[in-house]
Design a protein around this ligand. Structure first.
Ligand SMILES: Cc1cc2nc3c(=O)[nH]c(=O)nc-3n(C[C@H](O)[C@H](O)[C@H](O)COP(=O)(O)OP(=O)(O)OC[C@H]3O[C@@H](n4cnc5c(N)ncnc54)[C@H](O)[C@@H]3O)c2cc1C
Length: 320
């Protein structure tokens, strides 16, 4: 009765969240005194999961699963859970997993707790801490079904190494034809995506116009960060809608969120509250964002950001 964890990959490479959910599954398995099985779909190096405490990997290689499809993936994970007799199944909070989890919960006949941020506080009844009201509060949720599905919030538990010899088993579940056939996928960009980023550099209307976005991009590049923006910035067409974060945009659960020229309206904060450290750069000392910030710089973005880039470049050169 091992804990089952779905370890996401993209084009053969595990996503960062795969190692975080594996670490979390290991910690729950330790609480229960059991092992961890990972279900891995079309990843190139499944044995890597042993680094994060996975004892067994059900390794699926099938071109029908090359493109993510929530229904097919849910079907595969459900079969893996039955195979392992798993009563606890862990997924991440990536966009794919949030789409997949409700379908999987139906297949598993499991109660599903999303946005979980910590290890269970109680195993009987199984109780977990989750964020609520767009990250403005926490609640404790008990799952009473025999099988429990846990969606771990990104960057909430962290990646923890626990070297284990992972047994990799080839696994060939039945894969239904869902009627969708993707001919090819062209990646629009190789840039770090907001969902997977450790650091996000975000710009608001204080940047004055799209012609100034080089500042945000340069800062993101030197930090290896993803770029994002406030809603008006994407509404104005300065940046693509995919970069808009907040209540009506993408959620950001990064380790560091840098907000440049963003006022910090409640609808913006709702999307970034789950980020660990928030740095705000704004000319207005009364900007509401400073109340939510861990670090604040009252200053002009056009002076502060270039100076920050210079310092970071010098620091990197010294420590190369
Ligand atoms: C239903 C609803 C949903 C919404 N959803 C979202 C959402 O998901 N995400 C979102 O972002 N917004 C959302 N909004 C809009 C939100 O209320 C704010 O209007 C928006 O976040 C403001 O964007 P901003 O901070 O970029 O612009 P502004 O409010 O115009 O703020 C610009 C900031 O830049 C500062 N500034 C100016 N010049 C400089 C300079 N040179 N250097 C540094 N700082 C400078 C200013 O002091 C100011 O604080 C929503 C609104 C509604 C009603």
């Amino acid at each position: 009765m091992s804990v089952l964890v779905y370890t996401e990959s993209e084009q053969g490479t595990y996503k960062k969240v795969a190692f975080e959910v594996a670490s979390y599954a290991r910690a729950i398995a330790d609480q229960l005194g059991t092992s961890v099985t990972a279900i891995s779909i079309n990843a190139e190096d499944p044995s890597l999961l042993g680094t994060y405490g996975v004892t067994r990997v059900l390794n699926v290689k099938d071109s029908k699963l090359d493109t993510f499809n929530a229904k097919s993936y849910a079907h595969v994970i459900n079969q893996a859970a039955a195979e392992e007799g798993s009563k606890i199944v862990i997924v991440s909070s990536s966009a794919d997993s949030k789409y997949l989890a409700p379908l999987l919960a139906i297949e598993l006949k499991a109660g599903y707790a999303s946005n979980v941020v910590a290890l269970p506080t109680n195993l009987s009844p199984f109780t977990v801490k989750r964020t609520a009201f767009t990250n403005k509060a926490f609640n404790e949720t008990s799952i009473s079904t025999s099988i429990k599905l846990v969606g771990l919030s990104n960057n909430s538990f962290g990646i923890k190494e626990q070297a284990t010899e992972a047994e990799v088993v080839n696994y060939a579940p039945s894969i239904p034809d869902n009627g969708v056939h993707v001919e090819s996928v062209d990646k629009v960009t190789d840039k770090v995506t907001i969902a997977d980023a450790d650091i996000v550099v975000s710009g608001g209307r204080g940047l004055k116009g799209p012609e100034n976005w080089g500042l945000i991009e340069d800062l993101a590049e030197v930090l290896g960060a993803a770029t994002a923006c406030s809603k008006p910035v994407s509404d104005l067409g300065w940046r693509p809608h995919g970069e808009h974060v907040g209540q009506t945009g993408k959620p950001v659960a990064a380790n560091l969120y840098i907000a440049v020229g963003i006022s910090g309206a409640i609808q913006h904060l709702a999307g970034i509250n789950a980020s660990k450290v928030k740095l705000v750069i704004n000319t207005d000392p009364e900007a509401p964002f400073f109340k939510a910030a861990d670090y604040g710089v009252v200053g002009d973005a056009f002076e502060v950001v270039p100076a920050l880039i210079e310092k970071l470049k010098a620091f990197k050169a010294q420590n190369a």
